[in-house]
Design a protein around this ligand. Structure first.
Ligand SMILES: N[C@@H](CCC[C@H](N)C(=O)O)C(=O)O
Length: 270
């Protein structure tokens, strides 16, 4: 099976081109591919399927030619992946399967529009974030309050007083399974000056990653709410780089770099 490897601010993905939807990618295979010692190593897998060949998207998604079949490193599926979408778009452009400056991609969370910026960065229209209430994450015995926000996938974004660089995110943080029955992506952030935050994330299905696009948008929403704003441009610094989030009245945008770093033949099989 042919593969490519790419990343967006070091949130890294294995890309599996499967235009006709012929490959049955089991959870076990995804977990083996993402294993950083016995496999290629990645935070997730992006299977590239023609929307009309996918059985998972609704009729209105057929407006987009391509479906991003996203899987977490443990093989679980997710509705949306912001950095994955930017890397997926880079692949489509490099392969000549889509053309700049703008096109749509189908996901389990609906169609997302992507745009190529003059500097090569890729921007995704992430849709309107939905604040669903408040909840609490527990890290190292410490409780942190935050906002429950949906970007298609679930997030708990917590502003904390302790420096995020000092947190131990080697273990699953605690969360309220009554509020998040299918799990949650947990962002911990420090506001640093005007419209800038430093963020770390523990992703559902992947553990700590060096960046999370949907998490960056959730973090911007939570940071903005502390200032009483709902709109504006936010710089989100993550261990793997810097992302820009724009919040407006109707939607949100995520921008940053996305690169393909390798391609080859995968020897792993079902
Ligand atoms: N890294 C992604 C989010 C991937 C999905 C997430 N782990 C989930 O299960 O919801 C991003 O860049 O948004």
């Amino acid at each position: 099976m042919r593969f490519l490897k790419g990343h967006g601010t070091e949130n890294d993905f294995v890309i599996l081109p499967d235009p006709d939807g012929e490959v049955d990618v089991s959870a076990a295979l995804v977990a083996r591919i993402c294993d950083r010692r016995a496999g290629l190593g990645a935070d997730g897998v992006l299977r590239v399927v023609r929307t009309k060949r996918s059985h998972e998207v609704s009729e209105h998604s057929s407006a987009a030619e391509w479906f991003m079949d996203y899987r977490n490193a443990d093989g679980s599926v997710a509705e949306m992946c912001g950095n994955g979408m930017r890397v997926f778009a880079r692949y489509l452009l490099d392969a000549g399967l889509e053309h700049a400056p703008e096109f749509g991609v189908a996901t389990r969370g609906g169609v997302r529009r992507v745009r190529v910026e003059p500097n090569g960065d890729i921007t995704v229209d992430m849709g309107k974030p939905v604040v669903q209430g408040e909840s609490v994450a527990t890290v190292g015995g410490q409780e942190y309050a935050g906002l429950h926000i949906s970007l298609g996938n679930p997030h708990l974004a917590c502003a904390i007083g302790d420096p995020v660089v000092q947190l131990d995110l080697n273990h699953q943080p605690g969360f309220d399974t009554g509020v998040f029955p299918t799990g949650v992506n947990i962002e911990l952030f420090n506001p640093v000056g005007t419209s800038r935050v430093v963020m770390r994330v523990f992703e559902r299905g992947s553990g700590e990653t060096r960046s999370c696009g949907t998490g960056a948008v959730a973090t911007a929403v939570a940071a903005a709410s502390l200032t009483g704003d709902t709109t504006g441009t936010w710089t989100v610094e993550v261990p793997g780089g810097t992302l820009t989030v724009i919040l407006d009245e109707d939607t949100s945008y995520l921008s940053g770099p996305a690169v393909i770093v390798a391609s080859g033949e995968l020897m792993l099989a079902e």
